[in-house]
Structure formats: C-alpha cells, structure tokens
Design a protein around this ligand. Structure first.
Ligand code: ADP
Ligand code: MG
Length: 263
C-alpha cells in the first residue's frame, strides 16, 4: 500500500454543490456529500423531489449547472463533471455501474444473456472467448439464473430475471461504484424481496460503494448505510439510515416515515 492510495485515505466520491435546473424549474440544488469505499448511500423523497436528476448528474448522464463530483478511482482523483466525455464513458463501463429501474434501459434486448454479460467483460479488455463464456456462466449463476439459459435473449426472461441479468452485466467487470435508480421498482413484492437479498449479498461480497435511489423506505433500510432525504430538489435531512428512519428530525422526513405521504 502506498501512502497516496486514495481509496485508503478518503472518500471514493466527493460531491459538492451539485445543482441542475430545467429552465426555471429546479431539478436538484446544492447537493453535497461524501461516499466512502464500501458504503451505500440511499436517496429518498417523493416523486419529483430530484432523486433521478441528482443520480444523473453524479453518473455523468446529465450535465449539472454547478458543482463538482470528484471520483477517486484507479487513476487518481478526477472531476467527472469536467472530464472528457470519452473518459467518462469508459468509466461507466469499467469502474462504475448503473442499474436502471427498467431492465430494458440497461440491457441489449437483441443480444443473448451471455452476450450481455460478456460484452461488459470485453469492454474491460477480456479477449479469450472461452474464458468470457465461463465467467458469464458464473455470473448468471451468481444472480440465480440457470446457466443453461446463457444463449436465451432477455425478452425470454421474466421481469425479475431481466433485472438480475442487468445486475450481472453491470457487476461482472468488478466496478467500485454502482448507481441504482429504483432497482426493485417495477417488480412484484415477492420478487423484490429476493432481489434485495441478492443485491445486499453482492454489495457486501464485492465491497461495492453505491448510490441508491428509491421511494421505498424498506429498500433503504435493508441496503443503505446512510440516507439523504430530498424535497423540492434539496437535501432536507441526512444521516445514518437507522437514525434517520427511527428518529426523523425534519417534519418532511417524519411525514415520509409515518407514511402520511404516498411516495
Ligand atoms: P424524482 O426522480 O425524485 O421523481 P426528478 O429528478 O425526476 O425527481 O425530477 C425533479 C424535478 O425536475 C421535477 O420537478 C421534475 O418535474 C423536473 N424534471 C425532471 N426531468 C425534467 C426534464 N427532462 N425536463 C424538465 N423538468 C424535469
Ligand atoms: Mg426518478
């Protein structure tokens, strides 16, 4: 270990002052936080509170009007807001993962399950076909998909399986940070529970850091170490997940927790 190993000496992601407007409307305003290696940050709030806008700004899919997102990865600290587009895209295929609510947004629907997983491996430099296929089979099993279905297309899978395939495709390259936008959102409750267990195991085993957007407090309770509560684009409360949920300080959080607000 060198004295300058950034992952050992500080946050893996430092967000400061992220602001995004859509014309006169505020998407998110002045959001700042640090994310430490292996930590999961939950973002909750009603529909329209700015969760997806913030996640888009953090993951390089949206350009913020102001603020910095400093990523401390394999190549040292870099502000991902101002870095070259090509570098940001490479980051998105290697050190970062993005799990969309709708698996169709994160999968190539016309490509086999194995192809979906293998493609990501090739983006990180893998070339040996046999090894790529073996690794793809391993990852299908890891997300509880029968490896014999490696040549099937995602369209032949159930919604829950598609979501697990999207997760395998994203995690096979060994990312350090995953962005997740309502990863269990569109699924039946029984399917959600199993997926949550699976995600929790993977996050722990891989030491993955994650920023997790959800409107479901049960999901953050299970997955998130810390929590930010958003309202009208701003963070109104943040802290350790259990602390915020068990003893909410802000009136809005109290409403969220008491289920008075339908989020
Ligand atoms: P959430 O993900 O919490 O539901 P969003 O980030 O989608 O919230 O939206 C935050 C605010 O920004 C809302 O007022 C929404 O109407 C607005 N907004 C989001 N996307 C756009 C867009 N593409 N154009 C205009 N306004 C948008
Ligand atoms: Mg959203």
């Amino acid at each position: 270990m060198t004295a300058f190993d950034p992952q050992m000496t500080g946050p893996i992601l430092s967000v400061s002052g992220i602001t995004k407007r859509y014309g006169a409307r505020i998407g998110c305003a002045d959001v700042s936080f640090d994310l430490w290696p292996g930590e999961v940050m939950g973002i909750v709030g009603e529909s329209g509170s700015g969760k997806s806008t913030l996640l888009g700004c953090l993951s390089g899919q949206l350009e913020p009007d102001a603020g910095q997102v400093v990523w401390r990865g394999a190549n040292g600290p870099v502000d991902t807001v101002t870095m070259a587009e090509a570098d940001r895209r490479l980051l998105g295929r290697t050190e970062w993962a993005f799990v969309h609510q709708n698996p169709r947004d994160g999968l190539r629907m016309g490509v086999s399950a194995g192809g979906n997983v293998g493609e990501r491996l090739m983006a990180t430099g893998a070339r040996d076909y046999g090894r790529i296929r073996d690794t793809a089979e391993d990852w299908l099993q890891r997300v509880e998909i029968d490896a014999r279905r490696i040549d099937d297309r995602p369209s032949q899978f159930s919604g829950g399986m598609q979501q697990r395939l999207q997760i395998a495709r994203n995690l096979v390259s060994g990312p350090k940070l995953a962005f997740m936008d309502e990863p269990t959102g569109g699924l039946d409750v029984s399917v959600q529970a199993r997926l949550l267990d699976l995600l929790r195991g993977l996050v722990r085993d891989m030491g993955l850091s994650a920023v997790l957007v959800t409107h479901d407090l049960a999901v953050v309770r299970l997955l998130a170490d810390r929590l930010m509560v958003m309202k009208d684009g701003r963070v109104v409360e943040s802290g350790l997940t259990d602390q915020v949920l068990d003893d909410p300080q802000h009136g809005y959080t109290q409403l969220l927790v008491s289920s008075v607000l339908q989020v």
